[in-house]
Design a protein around this ligand. Structure first.
Ligand SMILES: Nc1nc2c(c(=O)[nH]1)N(C=O)[C@@H](CNc1ccc(C(=O)N[C@@H](CCC(=O)O)C(=O)O)cc1)CN2
Ligand SMILES: Nc1ncnc2c1ncn2[C@@H]1O[C@H](COP(=O)(O)OP(=O)(O)OP(=O)(O)O)[C@@H](O)[C@H]1O
Length: 224
């Protein structure tokens, strides 16, 4: 398949999942999110992780994360949340069409998460300052690598591939993590709803395979 055909197939799949998700009730979204969170907490990689990067969920189409973030603080984890950073210096682009990149900021406590305000084009709840991870324009960045990266997505497969909203942010972040720390985050876990589990995702060469995918009460990991 040509790159163009793969991109079109990804767009089609995004539409198909979006229409499936319109009939999901709030109750069902909460039920599945809770199942995911129980499974995630049980994983040894979560138990041992100190630095954990999560995301602030959008209201209807993603596994809800607020309760999970709360538990992370209660367990003494260092919690990081993403910010979409517009690239001003073209030399920081990793591919031509790239406009923005993810920076993760450390959240000092749960209250600061509750206080987040919607930012940018997608009105996501994002931090805009703080101790950062992989902020390239900032000198003296002394932060250490991530123990766990929890990834949102639009679709997931049982062989641990993921497709997002089409910005290429997470694959880019993983590559920059490798450039800076010499390795990927210790563990990368995608979380989804059962409506987001598909047989195949059209893959491009930059698409990263995850260490585990958790969908509703199912976990797919490389030890199975
Ligand atoms: N909760 C959450 N936070 C996140 C992400 C995410 O997927 N979920 N991201 C993950 O990278 C980054 C933000 N990236 C995003 C990129 C595009 C769209 C979006 O809605 N885009 C299209 C719709 C595409 C589609 O059909 O799905 C639009 O332009 O309307 C949302 C977030 C960082 N933070
Ligand atoms: N490393 C890269 N090199 C070249 N093109 C890329 C790269 N990363 C992403 N792109 C391009 O950017 C677009 C979005 O990529 P992709 O579909 O992989 O994003 P995604 O996984 O859905 O997004 P996200 O990770 O932000 O949720 C695609 O058109 C893809 O070809």
């Amino acid at each position: 398949m040509s790159t163009q055909t793969i991109k079109q197939a990804k767009t089609q799949l995004r539409r198909k999942i979006a229409s499936k998700l319109t009939s999901l009730t709030q109750k069902e979204l909460e039920r599945q999110s809770n199942n995911v969170y129980v499974k995630l907490i049980q994983t040894p990689n979560f138990q041992t992780a100190k630095k954990v990067a999560l995301y602030m969920s959008m209201p209807t189409s993603e596994v809800q994360t607020l309760q999970f973030i709360k538990v992370c603080f209660e367990m003494g984890k260092q919690v990081y949340l993403p910010h979409c950073h517009r690239i001003k210096d073209a030399s920081l682009k990793r591919y031509d069409a790239q406009r923005a990149m993810l920076i993760f900021y450390e959240m000092p406590d749960f209250q600061s998460v509750l206080d987040l305000k919607p930012q940018g084009q997608y009105q996501l709840l994002e931090p805009t300052s703080g101790n950062s991870l992989l902020e390239p324009e900032k000198s003296g960045n002394t932060s250490e690598k991530l123990d766990l990266l929890v990834l949102p997505g639009v679709a997931f497969t049982s062989d641990r591939y993921r497709m997002g909203h089409g910005a290429g942010f997470y694959d880019d972040f993983i590559q920059r993590h490798v450039s800076t720390f010499g390795e990927k985050p210790h563990s990368m876990i995608g979380v989804g709803l059962k409506e987001q589990l598909v047989d195949v995702i059209p893959l491009e060469s930059h698409d990263e395979r995850l260490d585990a995918v958790i969908v509703d009460d199912m976990i797919f990991d490389d030890k199975l």
